[in-house]
Design a protein around this ligand. Structure first.
Ligand code: NCD
Length: 345
C-alpha cells in the first residue's frame, strides 16, 4: 500500500491487516505512556482545505503518538484557483520534506491528483474529498463494528477477523456522504451486508449498482434486525437551503428517518448505533438515541486514533510485504501481539 485514497482500493487482506494493526495500536494506547518511537524523524503534513474537528485532531494525535513531526496546514481562504493552489501547496510541502500528506479537500479526486501528479513523493492519505471518499472513517467504523460484533464479546454467528455475515443499515443523507460511499465498499470487502435507507431524493443516482440494498422505509429495515445502524448527518452545507428541497421539512425528515428511543427498542439486543459526527441532535438522531448505551459514537472517535496510527505506520514504516511481517514488526516495536496480549508478560 503506497497511498490510501479510496476504501475500494483495499483488498480484504489489506483491510484486515489495517484492523489488526489498529488493534495493536489500541492496546498501546491503554498504557500510561502512549507514545511510540516508530515514526521518529518522519514528517506528516495535515493539509485541510475543508472544515474538520474530529478527523484533523485524530490524524494529528495519531502522528504525534508515533513520534512523527506534524505540520498542520490550513489552506482555507487561498485566492489561487483550486488546481493551482493545490499544486503550489504540494510543491511547497515537498520542499519541506513531507513523508506523508493527509489531505481533506472539497473537490472529489483532489487526493488522487496529489498522489499521481508527481507533486509530492510522500504517501497520500485521503481524509475526505468532496462527496467521494473517506477511507479512514470506514476503517474506524469497521474496527468499531468488529470490536462489538465479532468474537467472544460479540454475536456468536459473526466470527473471524472480518465482518462476514453482519448486516449494517446506513441511514440518512447518503447522497452527500463520502462516509456512506466508503463504508459501502469496505463493508462489502469485509463480507458484511449493507442496506442503505434514505428518502428517494437523498439516494444517489446509480446507487442501484452499488454493493448494497436500498430501502426507503426505516421502520421496515429496522424490523429485519440489523446488527448495526449507522446514522448519517444531514449535510445542510451541501444543500442550497435548510432542507434544500430534499425533504419537506426537518420535522418530517425526523419522523420518517430519525433514530429515536422507540426505533432503538425494535433493534436486537446486540445491535449498536454509529454516527461519524458531527451530529444534528434532534434531526437525524434524538438525544436519547445518541446517548443510549447502544451508541458507540464516542468510541468511534477513540478508535479513529488507533486506526490512523495503523494507516500511517503501514504506509511509512511497514515496508516488508511478507504476510505476517507487519504483525511481527509491530510486535517487536510495540510489545503487543495482534490479539492484544503482551509479548513480554
Ligand atoms: C464526516 C465527514 O466529514 O465526511 N465527518 C467526519 O469525518 N467525522 C461526516 C460528516 O461530516 O457528516
Amino acid at each position: 500500500m503506497r497511498h490510501l485514497l479510496s476504501a475500494g482500493d483495499l483488498t480484504r487482506d489489506e483491510a484486515v491487516l489495517v484492523l489488526d494493526t489498529a488493534a495493536q495500536m489500541a492496546a498501546t494506547q491503554a498504557r500510561e505512556i502512549k507514545k511510540l518511537p516508530t515514526l521518529r524523524g518522519r514528517t506528516v503534513v495535515n493539509l485541510f482545505f475543508e472544515d474538520s474537528t474530529r478527523t484533523r485532531i485524530s490524524f494529528e494525535t495519531a502522528a504525534k503518538r508515533l513520534s512523527a513531526d506534524v505540520i498542520n496546514f490550513s489552506a482555507k481562504g487561498s485566492s489561487v484557483s483550486k488546481g493551482e493552489s493545490l499544486k503550489d501547496t504540494a510543491l511547497t510541502l515537498q520542499a519541506m520534506g513531507a513523508d506523508a500528506v493527509v489531505i481533506r479537500h472539497h473537490a472529489s479526486g483532489a487526493p488522487h491528483t496529489l498522489a499521481h501528479a508527481g507533486w509530492t513523493h510522500g504517501a497520500v492519505v485521503n481524509a475526505g474529498d468532496g462527496m467521494h471518499q473517506h477511507p479512514t472513517q470506514a476503517l474506524l467504523d469497521a474496527f468499531t463494528l468488529r470490536r462489538h460484533l465479532v468474537g467472544d464479546g460479540g454475536r456468536a454467528d459473526v466470527t473471524g477477523r472480518d465482518l462476514a455475515g453482519a448486516h449494517v443499515a446506513i441511514v440518512g443523507d447518503v447522497l452527500h456522504s463520502r462516509v456512506a460511499r466508503s463504508n459501502v465498499q469496505l463493508l462489502h470487502t469485509l463480507g458484511a451486508r449493507v442496506t442503505l435507507v434514505a428518502p428517494p431524493t437523498l439516494v444517489p443516482v446509480g446507487a442501484g449498482t452499488w454493493t448494497a440494498d436500498v430501502s426507503y422505509d426505516l421502520d421496515e429495515t429496522l424490523a429485519t434486525g440489523p446488527d448495526a445502524v449507522m446514522m448519517l448527518r444531514v449535510q445542510r452545507e451541501r444543500m442550497s437551503s435548510a432542507g434544500g428541497g430534499y425533504f419537506p421539512s426537518p420535522l418530517e425528515y425526523t419522523r420518517a428517518y430519525g433514530l429515536d428511543g422507540r426505533r432503538l427498542a425494535v433493534l436486537p439486543e446486540h445491535a449498536v448505533v454509529l454516527h461519524p459526527g458531527p451530529m444534528n441532535r434532534g434531526l437525524e438522531i434524538s438525544a436519547d438515541a445518541a446517548d443510549s448505551p447502544r451508541a458507540v459514537i464516542v468510541e468511534q472517535v477513540a478508535n479513529g486514533v488507533a486506526v490512523r496510527m495503523a494507516v500511517l505506520y503501514l504506509l511509512l514504516a511497514g515496508g516488508d510485504q511478507r504476510p505476517g511481517a507487519d504483525a511481527e514488526d509491530m510486535e517487536a516495536r510495540t510489545g503487543v501481539r495482534t490479539d492484544g496480549t503482551r509479548v513480554h508478560a
